[in-house]
Design a protein around this ligand. Structure first.
Ligand code: NAD
Length: 285
């Protein structure tokens, strides 16, 4: 038996269609969701991400601004720009593309973004609200993972979910979201002994490590749902995940491909956060 593929591109397109309808309703009320993406420096991968975010805005009819700042921009100037957008009422989401150049500290920059416009969900207040189960703008990749599970009928409730990776961007928030969805959650990381053995207990295995093809067939319980967040560039230029797709596809019940699995969901959830933020700013629930 071969795993059923979780087609992130298709699910992402469906969500965008649903949002398109909501955007039209908002526009009829005179509200246009607005997102600003701020890029400091010339990082090649970041340039692509920023372009894709602007394209997604255009596609959904959002107002969007992309601010490209030189690599030697000072932290003070960046903070002043964020404050300007915090005040600007036609902007509902502020995203500062990471990583930042070395001379700029990440934390004060993330902290400076108004929590109401924190569409990346990285602000400590957003993270705290996620932790206590309060209303928050959720980080995009983790909430995309939950959407993939729910929309393929793989509700996490009552399941044993094993997450490999404990980063603030993916591992920790996806673990909290799975817990919120009533899964029993085990979080693994680089210092977890017997990783394969722990992984093999998972009904739902989420892998966010950054090591190409780390997860092999013997790490996967037959029939398990395997969500591969990893995006690794191979020497031949091809993209591959943290899961050895060819090795695992015969054992898993469901599996995300890379590319075309989790990846497309991230920008779609960013668009969803911007929409939600615009609605809230105008008192529309
Ligand atoms: P990170 O480097 O911040 O964190 C990696 C985590 O994996 C750490 O917690 C570490 O403890 C753990 N780890 C490292 N080596 C390990 C090992 N050998 N065994 C077990 N655990 C190990 O990375 P991140 O930002 O969480 O990203 C993880 C992967 O997900 C990367 O490939 C990244 O490109 C990808 N990613 C994809 C998207 C997307 O939109 N699809 C978004 C964010 C990250």
């Amino acid at each position: 038996m071969s795993a059923q593929l979780i087609k992130g591109k298709q699910i992402s397109d469906t969500i965008r269609e649903e949002m398109r309808h909501e955007v039209e309703q908002l526009k009829a009320k005179g509200v246009i969701p607005g997102l600003v993406v701020i890029l400091v420096g010339e990082d090649a991968a970041s340039q692509v991400y920023v372009r894709n975010k602007a394209k997604a805005c255009e596609d959904l009819g959002y107002y969007s601004e992309v601010v490209r700042l030189p690599a030697d921009t000072t932290q003070t100037d960046l903070l002043a720009l964020i404050e300007k957008y915090n005040q600007q009422t036609n902007i509902h989401g502020i995203l500062v593309q990471l990583p930042l150049p070395k001379h700029i500290e990440e934390k004060p920059v993330i902290d400076a973004i108004s929590v109401h416009k924190d569409v990346d969900g990285f602000h400590p207040i957003s993270v705290g609200n996620l932790m206590i189960g309060d209303d928050a703008l959720l980080p995009c990749t983790p909430s995309g993972v939950i959407e993939l599970l729910k929309r393929t009928g793989n509700s996490p409730a009552g399941k044993h979910a094993v997450v490999i990776g404990r980063s603030n961007i993916v591992g920790k928030p996806v673990s909290m979201l799975l817990l919120r969805e009533n899964a029993t959650v085990t979080i693994c990381h680089s210092r977890t002994p017997n990783l394969a053995e722990v992984a093999r207990q998972a009904d739902i295995l989420v892998v966010a490590v950054g090591v190409a093809k780390l997860v092999k067939e013997e790490w996967v319980k037959p029939g398990a749902v395997v969500i591969d967040v990893g995006m690794n560039r191979l020497p031949d230029g091809k993209l591959c995940g943290d899961v050895d797709f060819d090795d695992v596809v015969g054992t898993a019940g469901w599996l995300t491909p890379v590319p075309g699995g989790v990846g497309p969901m991230t920008i779609t959830m960013l668009m969803a956060n911007t929409l939600q933020s615009a609605k809230r700013a105008h008192g529309i629930v």
